[in-house]
Design a protein around this ligand. Structure first.
Ligand SMILES: [Zn+2]
Length: 446
């Protein structure tokens, strides 16, 4: 009985702490130039009032007084923008807590306040997401996907790495699907992992992509798919009305031909994409624009693969060259397709900035303006993660996910590296407190 009382007393104390946190004094950020994430013009002389983990008010300086007890932070000469979102990471294939925490720390202290985790061992990702949400570790919020693929995909070594102790294809977070699968049950199992979305990965025909998408939407889950699912084509994937498609490169199959399986892919000839806009791709982009399908382009990884191959010619040729992926992404941007900033790779350990900074640079190189890139990294990223109601713009009621910069990021996207402060759910993380990664903290090719 004594032990029980002790436990209850401890819980009561914790509960009191939680109440105090909820009533935390407000913080008023004053005199900022505000870039609100909507893609509209920057507004000087703005104040943002944060209470607990949410934004309470956004107004011109003169219209917002500091409530009693509020901390006032003077941002004269500084820029305030929404936290950044990396729409494509993998934190646990295989699970490696040390590497995940190092990556997440570099992300958060580099201005990234949310990520999409695009399928992994969700037993690990779920715990990382909980710890991040509770601020037990410095990390972005994590919104993750449970994978579905055809049975023939599950020879892939990554499915073994992400399913330790479970037969690949049989876990709720990575399910093998065929025409006999009870999809209602399969989606419910996936939902039980607390995933935000189903990721439709590979080796499924168009009719199953369509059925999975319809059932996921019926159960309130988003669907994040590869651009081509083999044998399902890009046209099939878009016709299924998935919410987001990943990897601009895969759209090339609409011209080059779609192999029957993921494993049968061969490098594509970039020529049809490098000159004027490709008319076949233009039709896909018309459909995406009409439906609001978001493109998770992951353009920087292809240039990275080119670099890796130049250094090591024995590496297998990549599906797309950096130039081809850039051309396809450029066409998407010019067509007005909503594009997110996703990476799908890890910058080396000695890079002090999040990997997504390379995606920003790649998008700038193909012509996107800094303001457009910021919009992609914030409002569009939030929509892709299914979190538009809670993040992506600086507006009353949204989470206080913000970055403070000393130089204007709409003048040059590299100015994101003038970061002073990341604020996630109201909690501030000073860039000056960032503990850089050490060699061996994450796996890389050095
Ligand atoms: Zn990926």
């Amino acid at each position: 009985m004594g032990l029980r009382l002790t436990v209850f007393a401890a819980i009561a104390l914790l509960a009191a702490g939680a109440v105090r946190a909820a009533e935390a004094p407000a913080t008023l950020y004053r005199h900022a130039t505000l870039i609100d994430g909507t893609g509209g013009p920057s507004r000087p002389g703005m104040s943002v009032l944060v209470e607990g983990e949410r934004i309470k008010a956004v107004a011109p300086d003169a219209g917002l007084a500091a409530p009693a007890g509020a901390t006032v932070v003077d941002l004269t000469g500084k820029f305030l923008a929404p936290g950044l979102i990396d729409s494509h990471e993998h934190l646990a294939t295989p699970p490696n807590r040390h590497a995940a925490e190092a990556n997440m720390r570099r992300d958060l202290y580099g201005g990234v306040t949310a990520i999409r985790d695009m399928a992994d061992d969700l037993r690990s990702v779920g715990e990382l997401a909980r710890e991040s949400r509770a601020a037990e570790v410095p990390a972005p919020d994590i919104y993750y996907a449970a994978l579905m693929a055809g049975p023939s995909f599950f020879v892939d070594p990554r499915t073994h790495a992400a399913n330790f102790g479970v037969e690949p294809g049989k876990a709720p977070w990575m399910q093998s699907i065929d025409a006999k699968t009870d999809l209602r049950n399969a989606v419910t199992l996936a939902k039980g992992t607390s995933a935000t979305a189903i990721k439709i990965y590979a080796n499924l025909p168009g009719d199953l992509v369509k059925k999975i998408t319809a059932e996921a939407h019926r159960q309130g889950m988003a669907v994040w798919a590869h651009t081509t699912v083999y044998p399902a084509t890009a046209v099939d994937v878009l016709a299924a009305r998935v919410d987001v498609v990943s990897h601009t490169c895969g759209l090339g199959h609409a011209v080059a031909g779609t192999p029957a399986t993921y494993q049968a892919r061969t490098p594509m000839d970039p020529t049809p994409f490098l000159g004027a806009d490709n008319p076949v791709i233009a039709r896909l982009y018309d459909t995406m624009k009409a439906q609001g399908t978001i493109l998770d382009a992951t353009v920087s990884i292809y240039a990275e693969q080119d670099r890796a191959r130049a250094a090591n010619p024995k590496l297998k040729p990549a599906l797309c060259s950096g130039a081809m992926a850039a051309a396809l992404t450029k066409q998407a941007w010019r067509a007005g397709v909503p594009i997110t900033t996703g990476t799908d790779w890890q910058a080396p350990w000695d890079d002090p900035w999040p990997t997504v900074s390379h995606e920003f640079a790649a998008l700038a190189k193909l012509g996107m303006s800094p303001a457009e890139i910021l919009h992609s990294a914030t409002e569009v990223g939030a929509r892709a993660a299914g979190q538009a109601a809670d993040m992506g713009t600086v507006a009353p009621g949204k989470l206080a996910n913000l970055i403070v910069l000393t130089r204007d990021p709409t003048a040059d996207i590299e100015n994101l590296k003038s970061l002073e402060l990341t604020i996630k759910r109201g909690r501030a993380y000073a860039r000056s407190a960032f503990k850089p990664l050490a060699k061996g903290d994450i796996e890389d090719d050095e």
